[in-house]
Design a protein around this ligand. Structure first.
Ligand SMILES: [Mg+2]
Length: 365
């Protein structure tokens, strides 16, 4: 099989209503990505996820620097291609962020092609581990800009729908308000529901020590991204001092950065995101690294679970998956949760193929 054409795209999907966490206030979810065409008629779709900022730089990297390398290559040589792109012309200014997210999109499209050619859903192509269900936890009601009444209404409605795990944002300017909101949510959902909180990097080490300890009384499953993601030492101090485990990974861009976090005991739930590390190829390496430390993987869903459902289903130490249904309606086989669990995809590929009408409707490039 040979690659015959490489075409970048950008889709912007509106969020109604707009949401916020402690540092982001997106109005659209951005999908800068790529379609890779082959001489056997199979087309691979890959993309990364953004708050719709900087997408043109990711698409430009694909068109200008990655497409010329890809043309004529065999998609089944994905690891060789990965090395060639990673250590190619963008290495000097890349290795994280824009160029690495472009690499993720390309890598995902190649795995989509391979699993389609094998006529298998990606999770089976990778070697299935979970034949039945993956527990889903719902993030899509715990936003920081939700007034308390809406927060409680949304989160209790998830429990009524069958979700057994929920996550809410914290990081208000006055941490006493966070305490009050977490207390109210725990009281509303009862003791049997898994509850996580996400700071989105807003705290410093002192705030995290003080309020992380105070919030422990609400039996939190994890404390997510309490500090700046470059601060491994700070997270190590928190992991040692707090009873609530530390979760992070959505801003950690390589296996090397994960190695340092994991080896130093600074992360306890590994939230590696296939759209932020260099795609499926590097995601699998991080999952293997975490497995050697007996650490659980619970991916952050920069692609809203479409690809991660396959990765969790084929990875022994992946225990649960986030659910945010913002973009599911654009896909030919959308990620689906029933009674609190993901229903595993059955179509060949990585569940990345987009309905043609939606592709045109939301396309801005
Ligand atoms: Mg988060």
């Amino acid at each position: 099989m040979k690659i015959t054409k490489v075409e970048s795209f950008i889709l912007h999907i509106p969020l109604n209503p707009p949401i916020t966490d402690a540092i982001n206030a997106p109005t659209h979810w951005g999908l800068p990505g790529v379609r890779i065409f082959t001489d056997e008629g199979i087309t691979g779709y890959g993309f990364t996820g953004t708050c719709a900022n900087g997408d043109e730089m990711i698409a430009d990297t694909i068109d200008r620097y990655y497409a010329p390398v890809l043309l004529g290559k065999d998609p089944f040589m994905v690891k060789e291609i990965w090395d060639e792109l990673r250590f190619g012309k963008m290495h000097w200014i890349g290795r994280a962020g824009i160029t690495h997210m472009a690499l993720a999109a390309v890598d995902i499209a190649l795995w989509d092609i391979m699993s389609k050619a094998a006529n298998k859903p990606l999770w089976q192509y990778l070697g299935g581990h979970k034949s039945k269900k993956i527990k889903a936890y719902n993030t899509n009601g715990g936003w920081l800009n939700w007034p308390k009444e809406r927060l409680l209404k949304d989160i209790t409605s998830f429990v009524e729908q069958g979700f057994t795990g929920v996550k809410m944002k914290v990081g208000k300017p006055d941490s006493r308000e966070d305490y009050d909101r977490v207390k109210a949510v725990r009281k509303a959902i009862g003791d049997d529901i898994t509850l996580m909180i996400d700071v989105n990097q807003m705290w410093n080490i002192n705030t995290a020590m003080t309020w992380g300890k105070k919030l422990e009384e609400f039996d939190l499953y994890w404390l997510e991204e309490p500090l700046n993601p470059d601060d491994i030492l700070g997270h190590k101090k928190l992991a040692d001092a707090l009873n609530v485990p530390i979760a992070l990974g959505e801003h950690v861009y390589s296996k090397y950065a994960f190695r340092d976090y994991i080896h130093q005991g600074a992360v306890e739930y590994v939230q590696v995101d296939v759209t932020r590390v260099g795609g499926i190829t590097e995601w699998l390496q991080v999952a293997g690294l975490a497995a050697s430390y007996d650490l659980p993987i619970v991916p952050h869903v920069g692609e809203m679970g479409q690809i991660h459902q396959h990765l969790v289903a084929s990875t022994q130490n992946a225990i649960m998956l986030e659910y945010i249904p913002w973009i599911r309606d654009i896909f030919i086989e959308p990620a689906t949760v029933k009674e609190g669990c993901y229903v595993l995809p059955q179509m060949p590929g990585a569940s990345t193929e987009i309905i043609p009408g939606c592709f045109e409707k939301f396309r801005v490039k």
